[in-house]
Write a protein that binds this ligand. Structure first.
Ligand code: NOJ
Length: 568
């Protein structure tokens, strides 16, 4: 047997063939009519998730928070946000998850807190406050910010605080001050908090922008390359000098004590770096979320950031997936995802939501492309029924601060785009696309809430909803259910080698790859286009058609958005 496969088997974890389902609690299910999803709403839907077959549930932040960034601004790590419920609800939720044989992963947001966290309230009081060093404070330079860094959410990354005549660093919103990980007290406060949740039965953590916690040694100006007003922190901050030291310390203090699953959100990370963070030797994290495949539709003008209307080319996508599959094979572990609460909907972005047939076909095709790769698949709420972008056409409909700030910066402030163009870009890339309420049925507000939803419901809920999906054996839901089941049943999906089919490297329309272990081969064929194509692949006699999104097999004729997998 190949050395790589052996290595993987030696390092087997309980979650290796698991599938994760991500819940954005505010948008999943409201149980009390206040228009905001809550923990009781999730409890009421656990049987649905069990039916889908997922193993692990990841909840976006449910902690006490002023909700400037929907819970990514935490004011108390050990309390539940009142709009979502209370600790008793949480206990019932985790018991309900465990009772059904599933596990729970919580979001860990420790690059920053809310400015209403008691640590920050103390920190800003005086320069000699015991909590001063919990955050990153600097003097201004010539009456301006300490350096030229821009925040991820537009504007400068520093805010002046008159109380002590200094600036504090905030890589995200001003209400999200960055913690100072150089301070051992910060680190140990975080580890204590993590162990406290582990004692409550939490099975793992998804770590928010964790590769930003170690800041560069000197916080000096970054380069400006074009029209941008501030230096791009995405290029300056990730993967700082003490990252491995901090994660290893966290692992010794927390992860090594529990049977956990950990995934670090790490924008700007390459396979080489991922091999160190998510090595099978298990000294740091189990896997990371990398973002390269989310940036392939990006801009040539850095000042526009992610705002554009390009569709990702299959050639780029395939090259990227292949790089990560081959790069980590036998050394580290991949996470596999198309969607999350920060990304537009997969079927609208990479597939085709222009008509019902193409929506269903392309959603299944994309699921097939991803779910046969090595790693841990993440399904984002609504992906399993093919929910689409909402395509708001007015700025007033947007709720997310990233979208609203970007509009004002690029249109009103810098005049780099006209309003109409920016609205088009928002409709394709805004995070609000992912955050519209879950579409349960065709009743008022898609069955999400009897009140007024905090974020508008996508009007297509009358045709795209869970109730409808469950009554149709050919729905996207049942296709995902089958993909999950296959991952549980076929070890080759977990441990097989990955190879592109010979000649596929240059195919502009079809992505074809093989997974192979000592006794099984899978041949995965996916058509990324709406064209009918002719392709020849060597399929041995007797090969079984394992799964397909068409009713039959047309052999060498590959139909629009067709996906099929042979097993032999
Ligand atoms: C990444 C999270 O996924 C995103 O939603 C959040 O706004 C930022 N980190 C800041 O916490």
């Amino acid at each position: 047997m190949e050395r790589k496969v052996l290595l993987l088997m030696e390092n087997k974890h309980w979650w290796n063939n698991s599938v994760v389902y991500q819940i954005y609690p505010k948008s999943f299910q409201d149980s009390n009519g206040d228009g905001v999803g809550d923990l009781r709403g999730i409890i009421n839907r656990l049987d649905y998730l069990k039916k889908l077959g997922v193993d692990i549930i990841w909840l976006n932040p449910i902690y006490k928070s002023p909700q400037v960034d929907n819970g990514y601004d935490i004011s108390d790590y050990q309390a539940i946000n009142p709009t979502l419920g209370n600790m008793a609800d949480f206990q019932e939720l985790i018991d309900g998850i465990h009772h059904r044989g599933m596990k729970l992963v919580m979001d860990l947001v420790v690059n920053h807190t809310s400015d209403q966290h008691k640590w920050f309230e103390e920190s800003r009081k005086s320069k000699d406050n015991p909590y001063r060093d919990y955050y990153i404070w600097r003097d201004g330079k010539n009456g301006k910010e300490p350096n030229n860094w821009g925040s991820y959410f537009s504007g400068p990354a520093w805010k002046y605080d008159p109380e002590t005549d200094q600036y504090y660093l905030h890589l995200f919103a001003p209400q999200q001050p960055d913690l100072n990980w150089e301070n051992p007290n910060v680190r140990h406060s975080v580890y204590d908090m993590m162990n406290w949740w582990a004692a409550k039965g939490v099975d793992g953590f998804r770590m928010d922008v964790i590769n930003l916690i170690s800041k560069p040694k000197e916080l000096t100006d970054g380069p400006l390359t074009g029209d941008e007003k501030y230096a791009n922190v995405e290029k300056l901050v990730p993967n700082g000098p003490r990252m491995h030291e901090f994660l290893q310390e966290m692992n010794r203090n927390v992860m090594s004590k529990h049977k956990m699953i950990t995934v670090g959100e790490m924008p700007g990370t390459t396979p080489e770096q991922a091999k160190a963070y998510a090595n099978l030797d298990n000294k740091e994290l189990n896997m990371i979320f990398q973002f390269e495949h989310m940036g392939l539709d990006g801009n040539s003008n850095p000042a526009l950031g992610k705002w554009n209307d390009q569709k990702t080319k299959l050639a780029d996508l395939r090259a990227n997936f292949t790089k990560w599959q081959k790069g980590l094979m036998g050394t580290a572990w991949n996470s596999l995802y198309w969607n999350n609460h920060d990304q537009p909907r997969v079927v609208s972005r990479f597939g085709d939501d222009s008509n019902e047939e193409n929506r269903v076909k392309s959603a299944k095709m994309l699921a097939t492309m991803l779910h046969f790769q090595q790693g841990t698949p993440y399904i984002y709420e609504g992906e399993e029924i093919g929910m689409t972008n909402v395509y708001f056409d007015k700025l007033e409909d947007y709720v997310d601060l990233e979208s609203i700030n970007a509009y004002h910066q690029l249109v009103d402030d810098q005049h780099l785009l006209d309003g109409k163009t920016m609205l088009k870009y928002l409709s394709m890339h805004s995070r609000d696309n992912a955050r519209t309420p879950m579409q349960w049925d065709d009743s008022k507000n898609a069955g999400f809430s009897t009140g007024t939803p905090w974020e508008k419901v996508n009007p297509n809920y009358s045709t795209i909803n869970v109730e409808k999906a469950l009554t149709d054996q050919n729905s996207i839901f049942y296709y995902y259910q089958k993909l999950i089941k296959l991952r549980h049943e076929l070890p080759v999906i977990t441990n097989g080698d990955f190879q592109l089919v010979a000649g596929n490297e240059d195919d502009p329309a079809v992505f074809a790859y093989r997974r192979q272990n000592a006794d099984t081969t899978l041949l995965v064929i996916t058509n990324y286009t709406d064209q009918t194509l002719q392709r020849h692949y060597d399929v041995p006699d007797g090969a079984k058609l394992l799964i397909t999104n068409y009713a039959d097999d047309a052999g060498e004729t590959i139909r629009p958005y067709e996906a099929k997998v042979y097993q032999y």
